[in-house]
Design a protein around this ligand. Structure first.
Ligand code: PLP
Length: 396
């Protein structure tokens, strides 16, 4: 429905998210569906009993339902600093702002750095909500190819040559990328930082899945490689490692941005949800995260392997797929004969949901690809879901 109200020009640029909309689309379905669409942790991976225990004993009094400090609850900030100690995201208090999920971190970055018409590079495919946020701030987007080693730095250079100007912001999901599942190699990370430095660009380092490695060797984060250089603005979230409904995350940015981040956040939501901050602080203080992550990594590895086995059974010779070493997603590429947007309705009717590839590209570059989330579905259902997908393709 269109409105006759006098909208701002930017309202036309609010493209929304096919991914987020799939939550309500799926909630309206009454038949059995294997859900490979949303990037949610497995229902059984949400540590709700532990969170309940913290809630019963750890929230304190009615003060837990007051406003919180905009930069975040001191207990949560302290517990987070301790949690990050010894990891590639090790940091200091003056760099942290607690946010309402990773999405708010992306919005804050866009709000601070993007003027209308600024060039922003995004990966191709990219996390839709990230590119949509940049668009909402009236950025001009350039899509940069991703291969098995992550964003192609040669393609980034070529895009900048074509544009005839350097990007204000380089948006990347460097580890177990959403949607492709691939990770940027160390060599490319280093090269990216060198280029960004020479261009004066900010690197928006969105890394929600880095703690969910289940294979391969660790790679240092862009945050660590930058070694305090202000050019890296890092966005992190508790959504994938604890629970998305908490809507909590953090930004790790140069201390010179702290006041601006607080000012910007105050005009969005004043502070992140205080009961949720107390829950997460208690969860971290009790040391629950370590075991929780270990269990999740093992289970997600099993699920990825189950999905790859099912794909091999049904699609060998008809499709290729990525081999992530962590995170939630893999990316399947079919030949020209499969249109994954057109297939979607048939697949949904057959009882399986995914996100079509075009949802991850402002220029709609992936009509024959799709994203599957292996993390949220038990292995027997993964086999069933991939079989249903094969059935839906064969009906076409
Ligand atoms: C790459 C990436 N960035 C940011 C987010 C958003 O995180 P949150 O749900 O904490 O807002 C997600 C969630 O899917 C994501 O995959």
């Amino acid at each position: 429905m269109t409105t006759s109200l006098p909208l701002a020009a930017r309202a036309d640029l609010l493209v929304g998210s096919v991914i987020d909309s799939s939550t309500s689309l799926l909630a309206q379905q009454s038949h059995d569906i294997v859900r490979f669409a949303m990037g949610s942790p497995a229902a059984e991976a949400i540590p709700w009993e532990l969170l309940q225990e913290v809630g019963r004993s750890g929230l304190g009094s009615s003060s837990a339902f007051d406003y919180a400090a905009t930069e975040g609850e001191p207990d949560l900030r302290a517990a987070l600093l301790e949690m990050l100690e010894g990891t590639t995201d090790r940091t200091t208090d003056d760099r942290l702002t607690i946010t309402s999920g990773g999405m708010q971190g992306l919005d804050l970055a866009a709000k601070l750095f993007i003027d209308p018409g600024d060039l922003v590079t995004v990966e191709s495919p990219t996390y839709t909500n990230g590119s949509a946020t940049a668009l909402a701030y009236q950025a001009e987007l350039a899509e940069i190819e991703v291969d098995a080693e992550g964003m192609s730095i040669d393609a980034l250079r070529a895009a900048v040559d074509r544009a005839g100007r350097t990007p204000k912001l380089i948006y990347t999901v460097p580890t177990f990328q959403n949607p492709s599942g691939t990770s940027m190699s160390l060599a490319r990370r280093t090269e990216l930082l060198e280029l960004a430095r020479s261009w004066g660009s900010v690197v928006l380092d969105d890394d929600p899945y880095g703690m969910l490695r289940f294979a391969g060797a660790d790679v240092p984060s862009l945050h660590e490689l930058a070694d305090g250089d202000p050019l890296v603005f890092s966005v992190r979230t508790f959504s994938k490692i604890i629970a998305p409904g908490l809507r909590l995350g953090w930004v790790d940015a140069d201390p010179s941005l702290q006041t601006l981040l607080i000012n910007a956040k105050q005009s969005m939501d004043t502070c992140a949800n205080l009961p949720a901050q107390r829950l997460v602080a208690g969860f971290l203080q009790r040391g629950y995260l370590k075991d929780h992550l270990a269990t999740q990594r093992t289970e997600y590895r099993r699920r990825k392997e189950a999905m790859q086995a099912a794909l091999a059974e049904h699609f060998t010779g008809r499709a290729t797929w990525t081999d992530p070493e962590g995170g939630f997603f893999l990316w399947v590429s079919f030949g020209d004969e499969v249109d994954t947007e057109e297939l979607f309705a048939r697949a949904l009717a057959a009882g399986v949901a995914y996100i079509p590839g075009n949802a991850f590209s402002p220029g709609r570059r992936f009509p024959h690809d799709l994203r599957l989330c292996f993390a949220s579905t038990p292995t027997d259902r993964i086999h069933e879901g991939v079989a249903r997908l094969a059935g839906a393709i064969d009906q076409g």
